[in-house]
Design a protein around this ligand. Structure first.
Ligand code: NZQ
Ligand code: ZN
Length: 386
């Protein structure tokens, strides 16, 4: 077990009706509020109304239209509003995109230069406005981590902004708010949650506590996703997916384990950067291909264990056979949820693969991954994912 220091300073309010204390929490940080949300789902579902009812006694400015894969231009608009109107607290209501955009706005509001400079170099973040989140879909875990991912369409880059200043002060997670998430986004969200745990699982050494945590989270997501797809208002299913999402991306599940590199995320962010695709769907397409590619003498026992303990593959006595069966089962599972067969179905060809691979390797320690990868490996994986 490795030494670690962990500090997660976010108040988590989880369960049906938790937003009844949202207003009180917001007012702790100020009365001048920037409300950040996406393309309008919160108005259609009534969540906007519930949030506004909580904000009496405050002045609210609204930044709407945050796009999936939030763009730096939207962050800039939010930063300008914060500076001009002396915003004291930012409230994000939505999925990962609204939350991530809000995080970059919080940091940008206290920075003199262009916020894209912060995305390129997170160490420039020296402060941030307080952020509160209300989560409307189970996916990224942005509500309980210190990172956000922002895209720049001018440079075809999608990059993470990570700083201890970016932990939300409080996050409100009401699983009922996720009842209205469209089927395709439920699938994408679950694939993303699964990936966060898988990325931490596929490493050289996972201690027993981490291993149990990661395996049971993965199994819960696999069990409850079809339930949520069939019965959108099944509270237990939505609650399990929401809680699994919240715990997934902050590395709490793998404390004391060998460090892991988020390989599939590094590759997927390139796909989203160039083609603006849905993060979870990109992950689901490439993950079984990455697993197949890295399967070798060194990785086989871990992949075989995943196959047996998570995918329910019956042990054959031959680890390589078990591992292959586990990868095939994972792919079948994703297909059964409606994930496309490959990138071609998303109109993606190989024309940018070289640039994507170079960028992925330049900005992520893929050479220190469980099975180290080079640019040519990344290109091969992308080609195999077509
Ligand atoms: O924009 P609106 O109208 O709100 O609609 C959204 C959007 O179209 C809709 N939606 C969300 N909640 C809903 C709902 N529709 C109906 N009812 C509801 N209750 O769902 C669509 C997708 O929303 P989005 O926020 O884009 O999804 P997600 O939560 O998957 O976030 C994806 C973004 O987060 C980044 C991804 O790369 C991507 O940019 N990630 C952030 C991470 C983090 N901060 O830690 C880690 C992740 O690995 C990921 O990279
Ligand atoms: Zn993710």
């Amino acid at each position: 077990m490795h030494a670690f220091t962990y500090y997660a300073p976010t108040r988590l309010c989880f369960g049906q009706g938790v937003c009844s204390s949202l207003g009180e929490e917001v007012r702790k940080y100020g009365n001048r509020v920037l409300l950040v949300y996406g393309g309008g789902s919160i108005k259609r579902t009534g969540i906007y109304q519930k949030v506004m009812e909580q904000l009496h006694g405050t002045t609210v400015w609204e930044l709407s239209g945050v796009e999936p894969n939030p763009k730096i231009g939207t962050v800039r608009r939010g930063v300008e509003m914060c500076k001009k109107d002396h915003v004291e607290v930012v409230l994000a209501v939505g999925g990962g995109s609204a939350m991530d955009c809000a995080k970059a706005i919080c940091a940008g509001a206290l920075y003199d230069g262009d916020p894209w400079e912060l995305v390129l170099n997170s160490s420039k973040v020296t402060g941030a406005l307080p952020l509160i989140t209300v989560v409307t879909m189970a996916a990224t875990g942005s509500e309980f981590d210190a990172g956000g991912v922002i895209s720049n369409p001018d440079t075809n880059e999608k990059m993470g902004l990570v700083s201890p200043k970016l932990w939300p002060k409080a996050s409100f997670i009401d699983p009922v708010f996720t009842y209205s998430v469209p089927r395709s986004q439920v699938v994408a969200g679950s694939c993303d949650i699964l990936s966060h745990y898988m990325e931490q699982y596929f490493t050289t050494g996972v201690n027993l506590i981490g291993e149990g945590f990661l395996e049971s989270e993965m199994k819960a997501v696999m069990y409850y996703t079809p339930v949520a797809l069939k019965e959108p208002e099944n509270f237990e299913a939505r609650a399990h997916l929401s809680w699994a999402a919240t715990l997934g991306c902050n590395r709490m599940a793998s404390l004391g384990c060998d460090p892991s590199v988020f390989v599939c995320h590094a590759i997927e962010h390139e796909l989203s950067a160039f083609y603006d695709i849905t993060h979870g769907i990109g992950l689901a397409i490439i993950t079984p291909r990455v697993m197949r590619y890295i399967l070798n003498e060194k990785s086989v026992s871990r992949v075989a264990q995943f196959a047996r303990n998570v995918m329910g593959v019956k042990a054959t006595g031959n680890a390589m056979e078990d591992a292959r069966a586990g990868i095939a089962a994972l792919r079948e599972l994703f297909l059964s949820w409606g994930v496309p067969e490959g990138l071609s179905a998303l109109n993606i060809g190989e024309e940018h693969f070289k640039d994507m691979a170079a960028h992925a390797c330049a900005h992520n320690p893929l050479d220190r991954a469980f099975v180290p990868l080079t640019e040519s490996d990344v290109i091969a994986i992308l080609k195999d994912s077509l």
